[in-house]
Design a protein around this ligand. Structure first.
Ligand SMILES: NC(=O)c1ccc[n+]([C@@H]2O[C@H](COP(=O)([O-])OP(=O)(O)OC[C@H]3O[C@@H](n4cnc5c(N)ncnc54)[C@H](O)[C@@H]3O)[C@@H](O)[C@H]2O)c1
Ligand SMILES: [Zn+2]
Length: 308
């Protein structure tokens, strides 16, 4: 299974390219901007300092819980996520391959050591006692919009291990590549699986799309559960346009594995609140909703690499 930002929207973390996707109003920082200047890093860390707490507080939703149940029951042989929010693990899924890293770790670009984001948060608070404000609109990168004057005086901290290194969240920024061993691990998981299930990803970025193409090329069924079109539609055997929390809860229940109810409402509306794209030829009805085979679209193009 390969998941994307759409699986976490029901936990209150916006996606990039969905109906209210943040790329419509926000350009994520690139790797080049981040390493290129101290001003770029100051901007990133000031904004992230406020926004990260919202990400850290986010709770897994029905979709994440259903994935954990399906994994425990042996229906999913592996879980790859493009998300950097840690919500699969919070829902109890072990061995998640975090393709684009995780916001709860920090890496030093000089000595390569990784550290805990929580610990960095304490140090940043101590270095910026007067820096306040609340995040009322979080970006998927785990940051918020801040005016330049709010950012100017933000104090950065250095790596504690080597004393001077530049600290970066341990996530793959736009303009950066996923480490090769991690990519190989994902190919291996796809090779070992009978089919590939994609949950909540536009697949606009080659980083995730390559696994869909790989599975399709190997003749494996590719099942997409996503609102709206994806760049992998031409590879899809089945497409389902239902809200993920509802669709996955229903799927797990039908397989005899009810998902524990945590009393949190997911986006349950009974029917898809969006039109199923007209270019798709209905082919197979699933128990929970509309499934179709895409006629093939390559509409969306994204940045060459993803961002946190
Ligand atoms: N939560 C996160 O960690 C997070 C959030 C945003 C972006 N990102 C990063 O940015 C990249 C974004 O690419 P992507 O393809 O993962 O996301 P994307 O934003 O490009 O696509 C998300 C897709 O999910 C669909 N969707 C949204 N909510 C849904 C729901 N409840 N039910 C069904 N479908 C739903 C949207 O319509 C959209 O097509 C990722 O690679 C990731 O690294 C991470
Ligand atoms: Zn260091």
């Amino acid at each position: 299974m390969l998941s994307g930002a759409g699986l976490s929207t029901e936990s209150g973390i916006p996606d990039y390219r969905g109906a209210t996707g943040s790329l419509r109003r926000h350009t994520p920082m690139t790797y080049q901007e981040f390493v290129g200047s101290v001003e770029g890093r100051r901007r990133y860390w000031a904004r992230s300092h406020l926004g990260w707490r919202t990400i850290a507080r986010a709770a897994p939703n029905d979709g994440h819980r259903a994935v954990a149940v399906l994994r425990a029951a042996g229906h999913l042989s592996g879980v790859i996520t493009q998300n950097v929010d840690g919500l699969h693990q919070a829902a109890g899924t072990p061995d998640v391959v975090e393709l684009h890293g995780s916001l709860d770790r920090v890496i030093c670009l000089d000595c390569g050591r990784t550290g805990d984001r929580e610990e960095l948060d304490h140090r940043l608070r101590a270095a910026n006692p007067a820096f306040g404000g609340t995040a009322d609109r979080i970006n998927p990168d785990g940051d918020v919009e801040l005016a330049d004057e709010d950012v100017r005086d933000f104090q950065l901290v250095d790596c504690r291990d080597c004393g001077s290194g530049i600290l970066k969240p341990d996530v793959v920024f736009f303009g950066e590549s996923v480490p090769r061993p991690r990519v190989q691990r994902c190919y291996q998981l796809v090779d070992e699986a009978d089919a590939l299930l994609v949950l909540g990803s536009s697949l606009a970025v080659m980083s995730g799309l390559r696994f869909v193409r790989h599975a399709a090329k190997a003749g494996k069924p590719v099942l997409l559960v996503n609102r709206g079109q994806t760049r992998g539609d031409s590879c899809a055997t089945v497409r389902v346009a239902l809200p993920l929390g509802e669709a996955l809860t229903d799927l797990a229940a039908r397989l005899g594995h009810p998902v524990p109810d945590h009393g949190q409402r997911s986006d349950r509306t009974g029917s898809p609140p969006w039109p199923v794209s007209s270019h798709c030829r209905p082919r197979r009805a699933t128990p929970s909703g509309t499934a179709s085979t895409a006629a093939g679209t390559d509409a969306s193009t994204g940045p060459s690499a993803p961002s946190p």
